[in-house]
Structures are given as structure tokens and as C-alpha cells.
Design a binder for this molecule. Structure first.
Ligand SMILES: [Zn+2]
Length: 450
């Protein structure tokens, strides 16, 4: 894995603390502290091993500089904010500073100031705050995700960061953000940032009940659709939700939904619905678009997750759904799996999250099948089966109530014949009749009249 990013709502942060490494590896410190997430901390002197910027840990000032700088200060963790350090952090038990990327004074357009040796494209570690969340960021040195400090700032800004602090860079970049989001480094750094998450079990949730959060994409005023206007993405998304939901509920999965048919909540609010409910999986339902407004050749189903990583829950879920899609004969767009950390609903959900683009509404053949009810049923069944596979819920075909069968064309006549004693019970209605049976029926109907 070359990049790991985790956005944690501050309401879900239990505690943040700085842990001195004392020669231990990141994995050793994580195991010893029992934290959920860990990244390497601020700059330190490679020779002496001492931190080279302001650092206060659990009430003790561990490093002090002549200069002041913007940094993060906090007492327990959820109260974390960026303030001038050390002047305005005296009352805080902890603070850390390094290279500020975004501050209350200097936004995305400001010139960054850092020592030349910290420039260039390197692996990077950073902490950032959005309006209501903590972002932990780590990219591996020497990977395709290495960035300049300016590029890192732009990426964090795109994720919604209002303040951001670059931590130690280059070969020291390392993390374990949970769910297999791990970047290793052999470098034993001075200190690590540890984050514990709240693990609040919902009281109304029996131990073995799984919760799936379905997110029908977009809403009433969304114009996304086919070039000929015959298909609207928002209608498809809502319809797909109404098909998937009963399939999951029939198998005991609790389903929550991010919106009603006539509302269009923000992406952040959609993630919040999932987070508040403690969902086990978040699935966003969409169709895709490509090209410049007309029909285009791009086609097929594509699932997005925020980041790669085979062992991460989001990718296990995506692969479970893809396996069911392939088994159902659904055409995929290239390998069927792609990653985009800038999709808010994928970045801000605590649960593993996937976004399914069921096909391209800019492709003529895709639109034709996406409009077809039987094809939608096939997609819904594969989606629900994949969700169950991931959640460890048994999937058996036919568990859900059968759809009421449409009455055959002769049903009324058979019922009439039975009611009038012309035929005995109406059984085997499509079998051929013998001459004797025809005579018996005529006899039953006409005896005494002719
Ligand atoms: Zn969409």
C-alpha cells in the first residue's frame, strides 16, 4: 500500500496521545498502547533522536524552541484544534507542531515555508482537521503517491481540511490506520501519534445483527442522466435501493438509508447517517458518466473504494459484490474495481464503504439494460448477495417472499368451471383433455338443458 488516509469524525475520537518510541517499531508501539490508529510524529534530530519542534506530552513540555508556530493542541483528543504554540496552548496537556500546511491565517493560496531538505516529492505523514473530523494521512516514500508539501496541502484541502500539519517526511513515513491500511518503514522515529476510537455498541442492536447502510445517490434536483433524456440516475438509484433493501431484510440484515425519495442530503450528512447507526457496511448506489455530453463507448459496472489494500474491509466487500456480479453475468468496466479517496462518502464513513456505478448512463447499450426491470432485479440480487457474503450472513436464493405470480389467461374460466361443477378441481389446467373428459365436462354443464 502506498497511501493511507483516514477521516475520523471528532465525535468518534476517544483519545489522542503522543507515544515516545524508545527504539520500538510502530507495530510494537501500537500493540503496547492498544490504539486504533498510529502514524509517525513530528520531526526529530536523526543524530540525537530528540524532537526538533515544540512538543508537550501529557502535561510535560518535552521540546521547546525559540520560535512560535502553528500546531495542534488538545487535552483528551476530541477537543483538538490548531493554535499558536506555545503561547496559546498553555492550558492544554498536549501539543505538537512541525510544518503547518493550512492554518487559521494561511489558506490554500499562501506560500509554504519549510527547510529546503523537506521539499521535493517524498512520502509524507500529516494530520488535518475538517469542520468536524480528524484526517490522518500517510504516503510511502519512493511510491507513486509521494508528493511535494504543496501537493500534499492541495490533497488535504480537497478532502475538506481547514487546518493541516505536515509531520515527519520521507523514509520515516509510516502508519497503521486499521483495516489493513498499513505503510511500513524500518525507520525508528522519536514519537508516534496514537488515536483511539469510540467503540460504542448500539444498545438496540443484538450482537449478531449486521447493519447495512444503503445510500441511493443524488436526489430530486439531480440532472444526471442519459443524453436522450430517457433515463435519470437519481430514479435508478432510488429504485435500486427499493429492490436491494427487502432482499437484505429477508435475511435478517438491518438496513438503514441515507435519504428519503424526495430529499438530497449533503455527502457529509450521508456519511453521518451511517456513522451514527454504527453500520457494518456502507454501499452507495450510482450510475456512471463519461465523455462530453453525448453517447460514449465506456460501459460496464465499476465499484469504487477509497484506497487499495486487499485485506481492507472495503475491498473485501467490493470483491464479494463483484464476484456475485460476475456470477450473474453482469459486464464489468475493466477490472470492475477502482479507488478514489476524494469521494466524500467513502472518506467520511467509519464503516467499510463501497460506491457501485452499475453502468454508464452515457452508453446506449448500458442505458437500455439499466432501464430493464429484470436486469435491475439481477443487479439487486447480486448486490444483496455480495453484501451478505461480506457480512457473513447466509445467502440462499428464494429466502425472500415470492413476488405474487400474475394470474394466467385462463384463470377466470377455470375458476368459473370449478364453481359450476363443470370440472372437478381445476388441477392440471394445461394438460390435454381426453374425449371422455370433454364428454364429462359437457355433460356436467348441459345435462338437463339439451
Ligand atoms: Zn452518481
Amino acid at each position: 500500500m502506498s497511501k493511507c488516509v483516514k477521516t475520523i469524525p471528532l465525535s468518534q475520537v476517544e483519545r489522542i496521545s503522543v507515544a515516545f518510541a524508545g527504539g520500538r517499531s510502530l507495530a510494537q508501539v501500537k500493540a503496547a498502547r492498544g490504539c486504533d490508529c498510529i502514524i509517525n510524529g513530528g520531526l526529530y534530530d536523526f543524530g540525537s533522536g530528540k524532537p526538533v519542534s515544540h512538543l508537550k506530552v501529557a502535561g510535560t513540555v518535552c521540546a521547546k524552541e525559540a520560535w512560535g508556530a502553528w500546531g495542534y493542541a488538545w487535552n483528551t483528543g476530541p477537543d483538538i484544534s490548531m493554535v499558536p504554540i506555545p503561547h496559546e496552548a498553555a492550558g492544554k496537556a498536549n501539543y505538537i507542531t512541525c510544518v503547518p500546511l493550512l492554518t487559521p491565517w494561511d489558506g490554500i493560496g499562501a506560500k509554504l515555508s519549510y527547510p529546503a531538505e523537506l521539499g521535493g516529492k517524498r512520502g509524507r505523514t500529516a494530520m488535518a482537521l475538517t469542520e468536524d473530523s480528524l484526517i490522518l494521512y500517510c504516503s510511502g516514500d519512493g511510491t507513486a503517491d509521494r508528493k511535494t508539501p504543496e501537493e500534499l496541502r492541495a490533497e488535504l484541502y480537497a478532502l475538506g481540511a481547514v487546518t493541516a500539519l505536515m509531520l515527519d517526511s520521507g523514509g520515516s513515513s509510516q502508519c497503521d490506520l486499521g483495516e489493513g491500511a498499513v505503510i511500513n518503514s524500518s525507520r525508528r522515529v522519536n514519537n508516534y501519534i496514537c488515536v483511539w476510537l469510540k467503540h460504542n455498541e448500539k444498545e438496540d442492536k443484538p450482537m449478531d445483527t449486521k447493519i447495512a447502510c444503503l445510500d441511493p445517490g443524488h436526489g430530486p434536483d439531480t440532472v444526471n442522466g442519459s443524453p436522450d433524456g430517457s433515463y435519470k440516475e437519481r430514479e435508478f438509484a432510488w429504485d435500486m435501493y427499493t429492490r436491494v433493501r427487502p432482499l437484505l431484510e429477508a435475511r435478517g440484515v438491518k438496513v438503514i438509508v441515507t435519504r428519503t425519495e424526495n430529499t438530497k442530503p449533503s455527502l457529509t450528512d450521508r456519511a453521518k447517517v451511517s456513522n451514527d447507526a454504527g453500520a457494518d457496511l456502507f454501499v452507495s448506489l450510482h450510475t456512471n458518466a463519461f465523455g462530453s455530453g453525448g453517447w460514449d463507448a465506456a460501459s460496464g459496472l465499476l465499484i469504487y473504494t477509497s484506497m487499495a489494500g486487499d485485506s481492507a474491509g472495503r475491498n473485501k466487500a467490493a470483491k464479494a459484490i463483484l464476484a456475485r456480479m460476475e456470477a450473474a453475468g453482469v459486464g464489468l468496466h475493466s477490472a470492475g474495481l477502482a479507488h478514489n479517496i476524494e469521494y466524500t462518502v467513502l472518506a467520511k464513513t467509519n464503516a467499510p464503504a463501497v460506491l457501485i456505478e452499475y453502468g454508464f448512463h452515457t452508453n446506449k447499450a448500458d442505458v437500455a439494460i439499466l432501464k430493464d426491470s429484470a436486469y435491475r432485479d439481477k443487479l439487486a440480487r447480486a448486490t444483496a448477495a455480495g453484501i451478505c457474503d461480506y457480512l457473513g450472513v447466509a445467502w440462499e436464493d428464494g429466502t425472500e417472499p415470492e413476488k405474487p405470480q400474475e394470474a394466467p389467461w385462463y384463470a377466470e374460466a377455470v375458476a368459473w368451471a370449478v364453481a359450476h361443477g363443470i370440472t372437478a378441481d381445476g388441477s392440471r389446467p394445461e394438460d390435454p383433455a381426453t374425449r371422455a373428459e370433454v364428454c364429462q365436462m359437457l355433460y356436467n354443464a348441459l345435462k338437463g338443458r339439451i
